[in-house]
Design a protein around this ligand. Structure first.
Ligand SMILES: [Zn+2]
Length: 361
């Protein structure tokens, strides 16, 4: 079974957080159009999946009812004050008209992906609008309103399945980690930029995700953080991924793989300092594809519209087992040499050691 699903709903690609906001849901149109031009959806193993609205009960698998009620109110009346719930007009996550309804579709798209792979109809399904990994139980955070990856991992765990969640967004998957910090039923692995950013005079968002955040109680050793230095290039990133993710997945033997594939780690991304290339991402996503279990894939961050378009198009082609045209790849990906190479490699070695030392044995 190699069939792959692509969740598509034009309503999810049409909403606007705020005119000047870096998260532009219209970026998904470029991915869909590129795949259409490449005739990806005409391949016999390709399926286009309609999203559905998540139910309130599904949202409340992770979020408190009071928070959902506040988002519903903000959706009707965005001009009121929702600061207590992590929503603010000029902040990262502004209230906007219709936000509840579109967020139900975003989460519902990931739920459709889950249902299709669990049924065995598909080997993998990708929801580019999902992957909103920063949302917390009682507050929005970092452009994220409802935490669809955590909701899916929670519903899978409720069915008695062992879930491996791997987050390759440039930012720490803090909301998903928080939801499963005390359980061994969901293994979370996040590779992300970590540390103080001198030009911003603060920690890189969200500020969590050091290797010593490893879970507690039954969950001790099941929250894994690969805390990468700024300016980690593709070669170092692949080395870190290979050292940590495949060995831990092999040890854990999940029933289902859930991936958050934010592409704000790309070297063209304006919001982060990682330097991942499409070539590095091809390696990583081929590794996911080789994991022998059903696979639910999501998007995530990604603020260079061109990097989003090329990378997620390529990643869906990998899911299909289709050839990848050269035009989707970076023409000239950056790679450190000399002293800078040695410094990046030493810091990445420390991140690898920290992550492996934190893991359960
Ligand atoms: Zn991100």
């Amino acid at each position: 079974m190699t069939a792959a699903g692509f969740v598509w709903d034009p309503r999810v690609a049409a909403h606007i957080y705020r005119d000047d906001h870096p998260l532009k849901p219209m970026r998904l149109i470029g991915v869909r159009d590129t795949l259409e031009q490449l005739r990806a959806f005409a391949r016999k193993d390709a399926r286009v999946l309609a999203a559905r609205a998540a139910t309130r009960a599904e949202i409340e698998r992770i979020h408190d009812s009071d928070y959902v009620a506040a988002v519903m109110q903000a959706s009707r009346d965005p001009d009121d004050d929702y600061g207590d719930w992590g929503l603010s007009a000029w902040g990262d996550t502004p209230p906007f008209a219709g936000m509840h309804e579109v967020s139900l579709l975003t989460t519902g798209g990931t739920l459709v992906a889950m249902e299709e792979v669990l049924s065995g109809r598909l080997r993998v399904a990708f929801n580019g609008s999902g992957g909103l990994h920063h949302a917390m139980r009682r507050n929005a955070s970092g452009f994220c309103i409802y935490n669809d990856p955590a909701i899916v991992c929670g519903l899978l765990a409720d069915r008695g399945m062992k879930v491996a969640y791997v987050d390759i967004d440039a930012h720490h998957g803090d909301g998903v980690q928080a939801a499963f910090y005390e359980t061994d039923q969901v293994l979370t692995i996040s590779l992300h930029q970590y540390g103080f950013v001198p030009e911003l005079r603060r920690m890189f968002f969200p500020g969590t995700g050091s290797a010593d955040e490893r879970g507690t109680g039954r969950g001790a050793g099941y929250s894994i953080n690969v805390a990468l230095p700024a300016y980690t290039d593709g070669a170092a990133y692949v080395r870190a991924f290979d050292a940590v993710v495949p060995p831990l997945l092999e040890r854990y033997r999940p029933d289902v793989l859930v991936t958050q594939q934010g592409i704000d780690s790309h070297f063209e991304d304006p919001l982060t300092h990682l330097m991942v290339s499409t070539q590095a991402r091809e390696h990583v996503v081929r590794s996911f594809a080789a994991t022998p279990c059903p696979w639910v894939a999501m998007g995530g961050g990604g603020y260079s519209l061109d990097a989003v378009r090329r990378t997620w198009s390529m990643e869906f082609l990998i899911m299909l087992g289709a050839p990848i045209p050269a035009e989707l790849h970076d023409a000239d990906p950056p790679e450190w040499t000399g002293d800078r190479r040695a410094r990046v490699d030493a810091a990445v070695d420390a991140a690898i050691t920290g992550a492996l030392d934190a893991a359960w044995t």
